[in-house]
Design a protein around this ligand. Structure first.
Ligand SMILES: [Zn+2]
Length: 382
């Protein structure tokens, strides 16, 4: 039971060097007079006297105080002050994963004492922090369940909502190799160059998927060389290139109008061009069965399809696009001009990817709503 924290109840309490009564009322061996509310550490007891550690003016004093003069405050924490300060900082920052992780490293008695100091909403948050932050959350979660079963249930709900959201958010993350990283050539702006208006959000509203109709093992740089040197483009015509290994490469920059879905190069009214507002994504490969490939088209690799899905999800979220506007090049209205792009072997995958994006975007919105509801429930706990 020792040590515990106490405080002086009376106007003052004499701290003595020995535990003895003075029947005549004249004090002897007094080390200090402790004023009311002085915090002391009670380290033991001898007859009617408590053995006390107390800090006065920066000095640690050890002595005895009559037991009726000291009130119980709480058990003394075993945790080191530095660790306790870290824990309190995590609490103040509402960093529940960190707080639960620190708490999990404390002694059971400390865990209980510190949990008792938390409000019901905080207990719920601590429970979710324990579930998400700890491999085995039991040491933190179990006392919470005992202290406040309702907070404990809401805490589990919060944890589930967070975990669901995290799992979904991963599906909106795509790693893109920058132009600098893959060694892109600078654009040749003399060959047609249109930038979207500055200081306004980009007027992007759809994604158009293509194939290169070139070898699947072609690199981004090889494709750029071909488009600039042979086809006469100012730069990579597309905003993204997904090579056979599934790596996503940055193409022309997002604030530059693409040259992949339009009718003609150097269109007079750029705003009426199908390229305007269209994000171009190309997969390397020739996915259409045709005489040029001996009627044996490439098949998009799993890595390419996985990357396409992630990239499309990411772009739909980043630019708030309607997932219905994920198009195959052949779906783009271009004044009757027909194309087979992105080829028969990729076309059905684009339709599938569109459906999956629609589903994932919906799931993300639902998960966000669920978390908000759980947060609200936690805040209302008493
Ligand atoms: Zn195309």
């Amino acid at each position: 039971m020792y040590p515990w924290m106490g405080k002086v109840l009376n106007w003052s309490a004499a701290l003595r060097d020995k535990p003895y009564k003075n029947p005549r009322g004249t004090y002897q061996g007094i080390l200090a007079d402790l004023p009311r509310d002085t915090r002391v550490t009670v380290v033991g007891k001898e007859q009617g006297w408590l053995r006390i550690d107390v800090t006065r003016d920066g000095r640690l004093l050890k002595g005895y105080v009559s037991q009726e003069l000291i009130g119980y405050v709480s058990p003394k924490l075993a945790v080191a002050p530095r660790k306790l300060a870290q824990y309190q900082a995590a609490l103040a920052a509402n960093d529940w994963l960190d707080a639960a992780t620190l708490l999990n490293g404390f002694k059971d008695t400390d865990v209980l004492v510190l949990l008792k100091k938390l409000s019901a909403p905080q207990l719920a948050q601590m429970k979710q922090g324990a579930i998400r932050g700890l491999l085995i959350p039991l040491r933190v979660a179990q006392p919470i369940e005992l202290l406040n079963p309702f907070a404990s249930i809401v805490g589990s709900k919060l944890a589930r909502a967070h975990q669901q959201l995290e799992a979904l958010r991963v599906q909106f993350q795509a790693t893109v190799i920058s132009r600098e990283q893959w060694g892109a050539r600078p654009p040749d702006k003399s060959k047609g160059w249109d930038e979207y208006p500055k200081n306004a959000s980009l007027p992007l509203y759809r994604i158009v998927v293509h194939h290169t109709a070139e070898p699947q093992h072609q690199t981004a740089r090889q494709l750029q060389d071909k488009e600039m040197d042979d086809a006469g483009y100012s730069d990579m015509p597309y905003h993204f290139v997904i090579t056979g290994n599934g790596k996503i490469h940055e193409g022309r920059e997002m604030d530059v109008v693409g040259a992949h879905a339009g009718l003609i190069k150097g269109n007079k009214d750029i705003k009426k061009d199908p390229d305007y507002g269209s994000i171009g994504i190309v997969l390397t490969g020739d996915f259409e069965s045709r005489i040029q490939n001996g009627w044996s088209p490439d098949t998009p690799t799993n890595a390419q399809l996985t990357s396409l899905q992630l990239l499309v999800n990411h772009l739909v979220q980043q630019y708030q696009l309607d997932p219905a506007n994920i198009l195959k090049h052949r779906d783009v209205e271009r004044g009757g001009k027909v194309t087979v792009c992105p080829g028969g072997k990729l076309a059905s995958h684009v339709d599938l990817i569109r459906t999956r994006t629609q589903k994932t975007v919906k799931e993300l919105a639902e998960a966000e709503a669920q978390l908000a509801a759980a947060e609200q429930e936690a805040a209302k706990l008493k």
